[in-house]
Design a protein around this ligand. Structure first.
Ligand SMILES: NC(=O)c1ccc[n+]([C@@H]2O[C@H](COP(=O)([O-])OP(=O)(O)OC[C@H]3O[C@@H](n4cnc5c(N)ncnc54)[C@H](OP(=O)(O)O)[C@@H]3O)[C@@H](O)[C@H]2O)c1
Length: 332
């Protein structure tokens, strides 16, 4: 492709190349610019701009490659897409050897001071809590996750059950039980000690999956299984998030997971390095009080400094005074 350089006026040649790095799940895109030689003049060396996107789900890699105007040679994703004429062994390697961890987007509605309890916020002539919740749900839909995950405290606001004897007492299976693999959409919660009880096996049509610690009793597992709920028992109390997410990707085919609070689950997953993107809806409101749970909570002694880097991907003003910011989370 050629174009006229707006500064020098020289005709310039433009090309783009890419390289997929199997080890680091990275897509490197390089843009090359080179002035086209004119009579009596030698061509300059040109310029090279390198872009690198890391830790992307194969679907995201495919979208990026398309957006960059590149030919997709061969893509094998969960959906089994195959495009193009040729076949590149390097592409196959990155896409088929890639991890089964879903692409994780942390999606939250926050006040201007980063707090997450809308009932505590100041009012605004631009909109109210109901309107902001509608914006949140709308963006939730557009983010097109096939699952959402919350902490135990947040799920307790929705599960609303009380302890009850299992409908079908009997042997329980460990480390996991999947009542439904074909649900299409899943509502997932961390509940290390088995404190959550459910009135039904779905929340708003999304099949419930509970991630439990190893100390949870067989009686609790039987209650969940009897209620038609799926569960995974982690091998140790640390409940390492990465292998748990890998398992959800492998067993339930979850490719895009929306982490939707509260602050403690957001903090623990950012700290574990499993979050790929932040999607923040900022309402025109303030909380202001000290000691209130914020967007991200990690133990004060550790913090997140040095653990990750944020890269602004987009910003948009939405309805009712809400601003939508999206950041890519990069490892350090
Ligand atoms: N504004 C928004 O968009 C938004 C969205 C969601 C929620 N919220 C609000 O946030 C509030 C709750 O936030 P929160 O930070 O207090 O609680 P939370 O994040 O919902 O739940 C925290 C609990 O989840 C478990 N947990 C979290 N990460 C874990 C991990 N990696 N491994 C194992 N267990 C893990 C722990 O349970 P155990 O203590 O049992 O071990 C932890 O104490 C609610 O009031 C809710 O309304 C706001």
């Amino acid at each position: 492709m050629t174009f006229r350089d707006p500064v020098t006026g020289a005709n310039t040649e433009y090309s783009v190349s890419h390289r997929l790095d199997a080890e680091r799940r990275a897509l490197h895109i390089t843009l090359h610019y080179r002035p086209i030689p004119t009579r009596g003049k030698r061509a300059g060396r040109g310029h090279r701009i390198s872009l690198c996107h890391r830790r992307l789900h194969p679907d995201e890699v495919a979208a990026l490659v398309r957006r960059a105007g590149l030919k997709i040679v061969h893509v094998t994703s969960g959906a089994g897409t195959t495009e193009g004429r040729g076949r590149s062994r390097r592409d196959d390697a990155v896409l088929s050897r890639g991890s089964m961890k879903p692409h994780v987007v942390c999606h939250m509605m926050i006040s201007l001071d980063g707090r997450i309890h809308p009932s505590r916020w100041t009012e605004s002539p631009d909109g109210d809590r109901k309107a902001w919740t509608t914006v949140y749900e709308d963006v939730h839909g557009k983010l097109a996750g096939d699952a959402w995950l919350v902490g135990r405290v947040t799920m307790a606001e929705m599960s609303k059950g009380t302890p009850h004897p299992p409908a079908n007492p009997g042997g329980v299976t460990r480390p996991h039980h999947f009542a439904r693999r074909d649900a299409g959409s899943f509502a997932i919660a961390f509940d290390r000690d088995g404190k959550l009880h459910f009135r039904q096996a779905d929340i708003g049509g999304d099949h419930v999956v509970v991630l439990l610690g190893p100390g949870v009793s067989d009686a609790h597992l039987a209650e969940l299984a009897g209620d038609g709920i799926s569960y995974v028992v982690a091998p140790d109390d640390a409940m390492d998030a990465r292998p748990l997410l890998e398992l959800l990707g492998r067993e339930l085919g979850i490719k895009r997971l929306l982490v939707e609070g509260g602050g403690n689950v957001n903090g623990s997953l950012l700290q574990a390095g499993v979050v790929d993107e932040l999607s923040l809806l900022i309402a025109p409101a303030l909380d202001g009080a000290r000691g209130i749970t914020g967007l991200v909570e990690v133990p004060a002694a550790t913090g997140l400094k040095g653990k990750l880097r944020l890269h602004l991907a987009s910003s948009a003003a939405l309805a009712h005074g809400v601003v939508h910011l999206r950041y890519m989370v990069e490892p350090t």
